[in-house]
Design a protein around this ligand. Structure first.
Ligand SMILES: O=C(O)CCC(=O)C(=O)O
Ligand SMILES: [Fe+2]
Length: 201
């Protein structure tokens, strides 16, 4: 998405303000998405992904709550193949700060791989002991995903549930503190980069 694409950014800001979420299909081009997916799979093969935990610090616990394995991206020293991802987030951050005064300062992000049959139970993304997360973003890395493959991101909204198909290149955005959500199990391996825009605390 280009920085000059002001109309889309305005639409995204309005959707976040009014609905608490926004969907950006084709946020990144398919070559970039394929490279990120291949890297995520290579990390899994190299056993460089960690089974995810829920909670933070001393409350860190493995549980049946989520089935993904993750690895943090290094925001300070991005890999060349990750550069497009970080670059695309910056104009988004700047526009949302300008239009919604969200005070987004930084982004933390991890690769996530959900084996077939696993998901993430209904939750919110803001921790009890860390309220810095303002906006959740999930970039899907799955090529040729069909709705019948499952793996939807289910957003629990006041007006009813919304199911997002984790199609490669789509970026889902939602407010971290407000929006309860869930990852439904899929019949296929499900890849993503989950990122959180943070404010200063
Ligand atoms: O992958 C998704 O669709 C959402 C992941 C999620 O909720 C999380 O990592 O907190
Ligand atoms: Fe989440």
């Amino acid at each position: 998405m280009a920085e000059t694409d002001f109309v889309n950014y305005a639409t995204i800001a309005a959707a976040l303000r009014d609905d608490g979420h926004a969907l950006l299909p084709q946020f990144l081009d398919s070559d970039t998405v394929a490279a990120l997916a291949a890297h995520c799979r290579a990390l899994a093969t190299a056993e460089a992904l960690q089974p995810a935990a829920t909670g933070r610090g001393t409350s860190l616990q493995r549980s049946g709550v989520r089935g993904d394995s993750t690895r943090w991206l290094d925001a300070e020293a991005p890999l060349p193949l990750e550069q497009a991802y970080w670059s695309a987030l910056q104009p988004l951050r700047a526009t949302l700060n300008r239009q919604l005064l969200l005070g987004l300062e930084s982004v933390e992000a991890h690769y996530a791989l959900y084996p077939p049959g696993t998901g993430y139970a209904r939750h919110r993304d803001r921790f009890r002991d860390d309220d810095a997360r303002v906006l959740s973003s999930v970039l899907y890395l799955n090529q040729g995903w069909d709705a019948r493959d499952g793996g939807h991101l289910r957003l629990y909204l006041p007006g009813g549930d919304v199911d997002v198909v984790p199609q490669g290149g789509t970026l889902a955005l939602f407010l971290s503190a407000e929006i309860e959500h869930e990852v439904l199990p899929a019949t296929r391996e499900r890849l993503s980069i989950a990122g959180w825009f943070r404010r200063r605390t």
